[in-house]
Design a protein around this ligand. Structure first.
Ligand code: PLP
Length: 400
């Protein structure tokens, strides 16, 4: 199998798995206990905290462990929102229209609890404009939450610039960096963020574990109640094997970052050039330059992304449809809508995301396999006019 869906998830690296193993069996202690087995677990957890902190230039005591990116986003956004609203600071939140559901749905839930949310538009290149952000700020604004890189189209947002504005106005700033930590350099001080979300399974760590960076002095209201293990913000006995895995994944990603970026970028550029030059009416979604090294989102006129994914799968290639924000929702993606694609256009999108283990030969195979698949699908497509290789006149009304 040629795996090109690294933005969805990654395998657990052998080194990561090896590091985790003892904490399932021999060193299974509860880190809250005071005898040696518990202390061993606690030491492993604190070592992992240091490794996570290192990759983003934070202090270990600014990191809490969570069950993943979704939980980190929820704790950050709801935690700030409730804390500051209760303190009478305001009830207005600014986010973008292309956030991951972990952020968008959290903001929508807060709207039902009396918060006001502004969803910034992103224009055709998928990037927010800082002027729009400035214009949206009001006295009641308590939080800005804008993702670092988008998980569907890979575009990078001007986080450092937004962070400066947030600091200037005294507004708390959270970024969902699930798609960037371990893939590009991320430094919380350079980015001027107060809160930053991390997920382990996007960087060859295990699923179900993540972290949240909370800048020293930032106060959050807990949304989960219990033993208060992680600074009273996350409760429940810690997932020590998972935490150790996340730490190891961060360490390896940090050590190999420069080499991986260079290799992955080369493969990405080859993939983009190869596919766009071989398939007529194919396009790149999102900004051409301001994007993650390994994420490519293509758009092919006249066909459906789901069919491309299934036909690629039959050839042993794993990619993702760009038309749905998750595989069980067949509605046009909110991200592709936000970059002003019509529904019928966004349905023909395909996301391929490259990892360090992909090779040039694999990219060559993908470039070779895609054109005949697109040709076959267009041949069968009711919305593709074979005579002039174009959309049919009435395509816009066609419910594909
Ligand atoms: N945020 C972004 C940008 C993501 O891509 C994802 C995962 O797809 C998440 C949040 C959720 O992370 P997790 O799967 O660890 O909950």
């Amino acid at each position: 199998m040629i795996y090109m869906d690294h933005s969805a998830t990654t395998h657990v690296r052998e080194e990561v798995f090896e590091a985790m193993k003892p904490y399932f069996t021999k060193s299974f202690g509860n880190p809250s206990t005071i005898y040696s087995l518990g202390r061993e677990a606690k030491v492993a957890m604190e070592q992992a905290r240091e490794k996570v902190a290192n990759i983003i230039g934070a202090n270990p005591d600014e990191i809490i462990f969570t069950s993943g990116g979704t939980e980190s986003d929820n704790i950050a956004i709801q935690g700030i929102a409730y804390k500051l609203k209760e303190a009478g600071k305001g009830n207005h939140i600014i986010t973008s229209a292309i956030e991951h559901p972990a952020v968008i749905e959290t903001c929508e839930a807060l709207e039902e609890k009396g918060f006001e949310v502004t969803y910034l538009q992103v224009y055709e290149n998928g990037i927010v404009k800082v002027e729009d952000l400035k214009a949206a700020i009001k006295d009641e604004t308590i939080l800005i939450t804008i993702m670092h890189a988008n998980n569907e189209i890979g575009t990078l947002q001007p986080i450092a610039e937004i962070g400066k504005i947030a600091t200037e106005y005294g507004i708390k700033f959270h970024t969902d960096a699930v798609q960037t930590v371990g893939k590009i350099p991320v430094n919380v001080n350079d980015l001027n963020v107060d809160l930053l979300s991390i997920s382990s399974h996007k960087i060859y760590g295990p699923k179900g574990v993540g972290a949240l960076y909370i800048k020293k002095g930032t106060r959050l209201q807990p949304i989960i109640h219990g033993g208060g293990q992680e600074k009273d913000l996350v409760s429940g006995t810690e997932n020590i094997p998972g935490i150790v895995g996340l730490g190891e994944a961060c360490k390896l990603a940090g050590e190999e970052l420069d080499k991986n970026i260079e290799n992955i970028k080369k493969l990405r550029n080859k993939l983009i050039d190869g596919v766009l030059s071989k398939v007529e009416q194919s396009y790149l979604n999102g900004d051409k330059y301001n994007r993650l090294p390994g994420l490519v989102n293509f758009r092919f006129s006249g066909i459906e992304g789901e069919s491309i994914v299934l036909m690629l799968d039959a050839k042993g290639i794993a990619g993702a449809t760009g038309s749905a924000c998750s595989s069980h929702k067949l509605t046009a993606s909110h991200v592709l809508k936000a970059i002003k694609l019509e529904d019928f256009e966004s349905h023909g999108s395909l996301r391929l995301s490259i990892g360090y283990e992909n090779t040039e030969e694999e990219v060559d195979t993908v470039i070779k396999e895609i054109p005949p698949i697109i040709a076959t699908l267009r041949n069968m497509s009711p919305i593709w006019n074979k005579d002039d290789s174009h959309w049919r006149e009435n395509t816009k009304n066609c419910d594909i």
